[in-house]
Design a protein around this ligand. Sequence first.
Ligand SMILES: Cc1cc2nc3c(=O)[nH]c(=O)nc-3n(C[C@H](O)[C@H](O)[C@H](O)COP(=O)(O)OP(=O)(O)OC[C@H]3O[C@@H](n4cnc5c(N)ncnc54)[C@H](O)[C@@H]3O)c2cc1C
Length: 288
Amino acid sequence: MPYRAPLDEYNFLFDHVVGLDKVRQTDRFEDASDDLTRAILTEAGKLCEEVMAPLQRAGDMTPSYLENGVVRTADGYADGFKAIAEGGWIGMSANPEFGGMGLPMTVTTAVNEMMSAACLSLQLAPLMSQGQIEALEHHASDAIKDIYLPKLISGEWTGTMNLTEPQAGSDVGALSSKAEENGDGTYRVSGQKIYISWGDNDFASNICHLVLARLPGAPAGTKGISLFLVPKYLPDENGEAGVANSLKVVSLEHKMGLHGSPTCVMQYDEAKGWLVGPEGGGMAAMFT
Ligand SMILES: Cc1cc2nc3c(=O)[nH]c(=O)nc-3n(C[C@H](O)[C@H](O)[C@H](O)COP(=O)(O)OP(=O)(O)OC[C@H]3O[C@@H](n4cnc5c(N)ncnc54)[C@H](O)[C@@H]3O)c2cc1C
């Protein structure tokens, strides 16, 4: 059965359940009128029905695969991601100062849910970027924000979230990836991460990894975990993707479904990274 966006149901939820009218009464979201949010849902619905839904099956018929260390994405996924990015859907709630639309998270959540229902394999890519955008908006230095946020929001670069390790799944506090200072404000990040959604792709010119790791002498458990931004390509003096960092995709996980989403095993070997948020505050920063 083809996907049909349940627009009436979302509008009902906005009007009668979640109280979007109260959000509209705040100074920050006074422009998010009823007409605007209805138009946004309608446009998102079209993208879901016409572009994203057909890609769910395409992803399972022509799965992403690893070729010479680079993930080759499923048929149609590059164009699908481009359509999402060009529509501004990645930065719906992101800060307009960096190219976002600044819309209420309530509206973004509805659109994300619609897109996930249409094609979860593809939608995981913008979702990972959104998580990273939020973490950087709240915890990164101004220099990092200036370089990364516009490119993540436009979809030129994509983001990932690296928590899980072979011995640390639900028990994230057991992770053993480590980071050591280089003495110039950067860090050397080493370790292996597994199950990393969209750990690589062939349509973004840089993949930016948020990686949880431990600094020397950090306490055991989640209180000893810090967050690092580790890009696939180090930004050059103009903020463009430059030389390759010391990291690679080791393999793709074998899954029962979601074959359009490349779930990667990542290896970091003294890769250059930047601390995001305070030392020991990695869990809170990652999940902002
Ligand atoms: C498709 C996919 C995409 C993913 N993407 C990412 C990603 O982008 N980044 C990332 O970092 N990780 C990612 N993950 C990893 C995911 O976060 C982990 O799978 C999750 O944390 C669980 O860890 P685990 O698989 O090691 O299971 P385990 O922790 O080994 O758990 C196995 C089972 O034991 C149960 N269990 C665990 N601990 C306890 C306990 N104390 N008491 C009772 N029951 C318990 C669990 O509920 C579960 O049923 C992804 C996983 C999948 C499947």
